[in-house]
Every structure is written in structure tokens, then in C-alpha cells.
Unconditional design. Structure first.
Ligand code: COA
Length: 178
């Protein structure tokens, strides 16, 4: 078996699109790991709004100045991808108790498939607990204010995709991440 780097983690997900919850989690992951690969799943049971190319391009733009975050895509069993990258861990975020059952099942299945790779959970920051990609898309679809909930390039991409549009700061008041 190839050597796995314990300081390298893979943070997998659909990221359709990337939210500030994901950004916060990967940055906190970097306090534990030297490098994190943001691995975007190409095929997923979810019908995605953005293509794999678009999701990768958005994430690359968001993390363009972060040398310790590598954006990549994968289209295989997660655990095979992680082993191929030589990463020792899978990083996942937990928002609420409702996430637990699904995450527990996935972590155990991944452990069954490869016992050398560990799943590491971090609790999502309190201020992003309510956030999901689906809820952001729904708000954006009806022209609601998503500023501060997703990175700037994602705000723009969502408004273009839904044909809605206004700049951040001119509707509904609440902005920023406080
Ligand atoms: N803050 C805010 N929201 C968060 C979050 C955080 N820290 N972490 C997750 N979420 C949200 C996401 O926005 C997403 O919301 P949505 O369902 O409304 O889109 C949801 O929680 C979970 O999404 P995500 O973290 O992207 O994970 P996922 O469930 O879409 O990804 C894979 C699952 C891709 C990791 C999994 O299917 C996989 O490994 N696939 C590869 C094939 C495989 O190996 N299968 C067997 C697995 S045992």
C-alpha cells in the first residue's frame, strides 16, 4: 500500500455551489492539515445547477490565492481517489444532528473500504449552521439577497444563471458574515 500523508486531507462534496460554510470549514481544516484538496464530485445523485467545469472554475477563483488549497474533481469511489492522492484523511463538516446519520453511514462505509484512511469531522461554525447549497439556490432563484452567504464569484454566477440581479448591499439589509 502506498504511503499516506497524514497532513494531507481531501474535503469532498458536490459544492453546487460553494458556500461560506464550505469556505469556513476548509480554512479551519487548514489549522489541522498542511494541505487540503477540495474534491468536487462529478457525478452525484443530485441534479446540479452548475456543471462540473463551472463548479471547479468557481472554486479555483475563490481559492486562487490559497497555495495550500488544491481544487480538483473526481469521478470514482471517494476512497479510491483519496488513496490515489496519498491523503491520510477525509475532512467533512457537521452542521446539525440531522447530518449525523448520513455522515456516520458514509464514514463507516469508507472505513470498511479502506481502513488506512480516517474521516475527520469538524463542527461547522455556528454562523453557518443553517446554510446549505440548496437553500442559497432557492433564495437566489427568487432574487433574494445572498451576499455574504456565498463567495463573491458565486453571487455573480447565481445571479447570471437565474437572470436575477442586483449588487450586494441594496436589498434586505443583512450582509457580511456576522
Ligand atoms: N456549511 C454549510 N453547508 C454545508 C457544510 C458546511 N460546512 N457542509 C455541507 N454543507 C451542505 C452542502 O451545501 C450540501 O447542501 P445541499 O444538499 O443543499 O446541496 C449538503 O450540506 C451536503 O453536501 P456536501 O458537503 O457537498 O456533500 P455531498 O453530500 O453532496 O457529497 C459525496 C457527498 C460527494 C462526498 C459522496 O457522495 C461521495 O463520496 N461520492 C463519491 C462516490 C462514493 O464514494 N460513494 C460512496 C460513499 S460511502
Amino acid at each position: 500500500m502506498a504511503d499516506l500523508n497524514p497532513r494531507l486531507a481531501v474535503y469532498p462534496g458536490t459544492f453546487d455551489p460553494l458556500t461560506m460554510g464550505h469556505v469556513s470549514l476548509i480554512r479551519r481544516g487548514l489549522k489541522v492539515f498542511d494541505q487540503v484538496i477540495l474534491a468536487i464530485a462529478e457525478s452525484t445523485p443530485k441534479k446540479t445547477l452548475f456543471t462540473i467545469g463551472e463548479r471547479v472554475a468557481l472554486a479555483k477563483e475563490v481559492f486562487r490565492d490559497d497555495t495550500n488549497i488544491i481544487v480538483d474533481s473526481f469521478d470514482s469511489l471517494l476512497i479510491d481517489y483519496v488513496a490515489e492522492k496519498g491523503a491520510g484523511s477525509v475532512l467533512r463538516g457537521l452542521r446539525a444532528v440531522s447530518d449525523f446519520e448520513y455522515e456516520f453511514q458514509m464514514a463507516l462505509m469508507n472505513r470498511k473500504l479502506d481502513r488506512e484512511i480516517q474521516t475527520v469531522f469538524m463542527i461547522t461554525d455556528f454562523k453557518w449552521m443553517y446554510l446549505s447549497s440548496t437553500i442559497v439556490k432557492e433564495v437566489a432563484m427568487y432574487g433574494g439577497d445572498i451576499c455574504g452567504l456565498v463567495p463573491g464569484p458565486v453571487v455573480k454566477a447565481l445571479h447570471i444563471r437565474y437572470g436575477t440581479g442586483y449588487g450586494c448591499g441594496d436589498k434586505h439589509g443583512q450582509h457580511g458574515d456576522d
